[in-house]
Design a protein around this ligand. Structure first.
Ligand SMILES: [Zn+2]
Ligand SMILES: [Zn+2]
Length: 188
């Protein structure tokens, strides 16, 4: 018996242990989902491409124009699908179109805005998933690119997490410059 043999044996035991943990987690998730209203949508356990399951085929717009993902509901903590138009905003005519079809989008009252808006609601508890938060997630998933004032190339843009975000201020990271550069929202 060499030391290497012992190490190898220990490692393989660790791997087997981790795999059984993973399986246990997956099984728990499956049971959660089947208890909810997602059972008839099928495939709700897969994060890969939920857009087909969430957006109906009769939607009068290309599914490519939308981002669809699962978010964690701030109210009940369950994972629920949300929809956001790529490079746009949900609270406009497109929100009305989505709400006419079988999507998570409904007319809701936004306390932040003090008015009714088009927004995503949780399929488990019906809570409004705030447009500001959902838009932040959409930008993370599909960042717009902005022209770099240092090198002239396009880099991924992200909104400022503080006050600047409210004024369309954000940042890009330039590898050539070696740091962050403030750039205003390229979509404005
Ligand atoms: Zn919820
Ligand atoms: Zn650059």
């Amino acid at each position: 018996m060499t030391e290497a043999d012992v190490d190898g044996w220990n490692r393989s035991e660790d791997v087997a242990h981790n795999q059984s943990l993973d399986r246990a987690v997956l099984t728990d998730g499956g049971e959660d989902v089947s208890g909810g209203s997602t059972a008839d949508r099928g495939g709700s356990n897969s994060d890969a491409s939920p857009s087909d399951a969430v957006l109906p085929d009769d939607l009068p717009a290309s599914k490519d124009k939308f981002l669809v993902w699962l978010t964690e509901c701030w109210q009940c903590g369950e994972r629920t699908p949300v929809v956001w138009p790529k490079g746009g905003h949900l609270d406009g005519p497109i929100g009305g179109v989505l709400a006419e079809h079988d999507t998570p989008v409904e007319r809701v009252y936004s306390k932040t805005m003090g008015k009714r808006v088009w927004g995503n609601v949780c399929q488990h508890c019906d809570s409004y998933q705030g447009n500001f938060f959902v838009q932040q997630e959409a930008v993370k998933l599909n960042p717009p690119s902005a022209e770099c004032p240092e090198c002239g190339e396009a880099h991924d843009w992200r909104p400022d997490q503080g006050m600047g975000g409210a004024f369309d201020q954000g940042w890009i990271t330039c590898p050539e410059y070696g740091g962050e550069i403030p750039v205003s929202d390229p979509r404005q």
